[in-house]
Design a protein around this ligand. Structure first.
Ligand SMILES: Cc1cc2nc3c(=O)[nH]c(=O)nc-3n(C[C@H](O)[C@H](O)[C@H](O)COP(=O)(O)OP(=O)(O)OC[C@H]3O[C@@H](n4cnc5c(N)ncnc54)[C@H](O)[C@@H]3O)c2cc1C
Length: 406
């Protein structure tokens, strides 16, 4: 077989791997997706879907299903916890001329992956291998070989290209010995899912809110079936103690200012990193999503930028299959790395640093800036174009479907 007749091998059936598989399959490229687990991850994880991602979902024929499963959020707010005052509110309607989706959708990641998988299973050309863990790879120059193990066999697959969409601990990235440089925050994040209606408990609170406080900041997100609250966990805090039910309740009561009755649906503590791989391409192997870059979840940029990687990479591979030079992959690597290192790291780090500013002068400065920007429509629109990654959206596909047998 000629290399171009071989499938694209994708490691990882998370949101990024499935997005890439869908974009390629819809354009007539054969793909094989290998997922270590027996099924899709049931973990909720990210839940913010920004406008450009919805535009991509529209191109891939899944936007209606995702919209139906999520909650449309028309605004984002910033609060000062100590005084319980709202500093600023930005309305996504300011983006009405920039996107058909001038809002932010709150839809859990584990629902998005189910929608992507269901769509993929209806299309010819995609083989999904669950329970198949990638172990190692060999770049043979004109093709690439992946070693995979399942419950009953070890097997090797050959592909034209291999894409590591296998998350933060990527075996693909490690096999290539590509460093993941950056930092890990000292604080961990605590995610608590409850049935609290914050608009009742905290008058004026909108469906998405960042609540500033140097000691105990919080992020509130109203999802279709639960409210998600993210808290700071200091280095000295003990995970078992703080995830005990009474401790979680006390933390939420402190935030609400009263002992309202509610149910805890889930809780989870996780470490947060700001890291970027030193390159996203090596020969016939490419990285996308968390395998390539990690950032803190304030602002919802991890999942979205990963899906945008998949979008651009699919486009790049289609152009290569249509005869354009392979050096386009270097362009992909450079463009996405530059964005990850630049805007995504800086916006997510700034979002996090804004949450914790301690000195009074710094807090006033931050609040004045946020307020002033929110009160001027054009400044607010410019802020939202970056916050939603609309300004950085890769250009839409302009190619007619091609086949990798061309
Ligand atoms: C607890 C938590 C909360 C988060 N909250 C937010 C949030 O609020 N907002 C936000 O923007 N981001 C958040 N994130 C980050 C977001 O979830 C990721 O950016 C997103 O999941 C990246 O998708 P991915 O497909 O690149 O990787 P993943 O979702 O990690 O998917 C990787 C897939 O690869 C599979 N895999 C791994 N190794 C192998 C192997 N060797 N062989 C085969 N398969 C393999 C895994 O099983 C997994 O299914 C959160 C992350 C975590 C962990």
């Amino acid at each position: 077989m000629m290399p171009r007749e071989l499938p694209v091998l994708i490691v990882g059936a998370g949101p990024v791997g499935l997005s890439l598989a869908l974009a390629l399959t819809r354009s007539g490229v054969q793909v094989c997706v290998f997922e270590a687990e027996e099924d899709l991850s049931p973990e909720m994880r990210a839940s913010t879907i920004h406008a450009p991602t919805l535009e991509m979902f529209e191109e891939w024929g899944v936007v209606e299903q995702v919209l139906a499963a999520g909650a449309i959020t028309d605004r984002v707010q910033y609060w000062e916890r100590s005084t319980r005052t709202r500093i600023a509110e930005y309305s996504f309607s300011l983006l009405a001329d920039d996107t058909p989706y001038p809002f932010r959708l709150q839809c859990p990641q584990n629902i998005v992956t189910r929608v992507l998988r269901a769509e993929l299973e209806q299309l010819p050309g995609c083989s999904l291998y669950f329970g198949h863990r990638a172990k190692g790879l060999k770049d043979l120059g004109d093709k690439v070989q992946l070693e995979v193990s399942s419950a009953d066999r070890d097997i090797s697959f050959t592909g034209s290209y291999l894409v590591g969409c296998d998350g933060s601990r990527s075996i693909v990235r490690k096999s290539l010995e590509i460093p993941l440089s950056g930092k890990t925050y000292e604080d961990r994040f605590l995610l608590v899912g409850t049935n609290i209606d914050f608009s009742e408990a905290f008058p004026g609170m909108g469906p998405v809110a960042y609540i500033y406080d140097p000691e105990e900041w919080a992020i509130l997100l109203q999802l279709p079936t639960l409210t998600r609250t993210v808290f700071r966990v200091k280095p000295e805090e003990d995970e078992e103690l703080i995830t005990a039910e009474d401790s979680l309740k006390r933390r939420l009561w402190r935030l609400l200012g009263s002992e309202v009755d509610f149910r805890i649906e889930m809780s989870r503590i996780y470490r947060v990193h700001q890291r970027v791989a030193e390159r996203f391409r090596q020969g016939r192997v490419v990285l996308a999503g968390d395998a390539a870059h990690l950032n803190n979840p304030a602002g919802g940029m991890g999942l979205n930028s990963g899906i945008h990687d998949a979008y651009l990479l699919a486009q790049t591979l289609l152009r290569i299959f249509a005869g354009e030079p392979e050096s386009l992959l270097d362009q992909y690597s450079e463009d996405r790395r530059k964005l990850a290192l630049g805007l995504i790291q800086s916006v997510s780090d700034r979002n996090y640093n804004d949450l914790i500013i301690a000195d009074w002068e710094g807090r006033q400065k931050r609040n004045d800036k946020m307020r002033a920007a929110s009160l001027d429509d054009e400044t607010a629109r410019q802020y939202l174009l970056d916050a939603t990654l609309l300004r950085q959206r890769p250009a839409p596909f302009t190619h007619s479907p091609v086949s990798n047998t061309a």
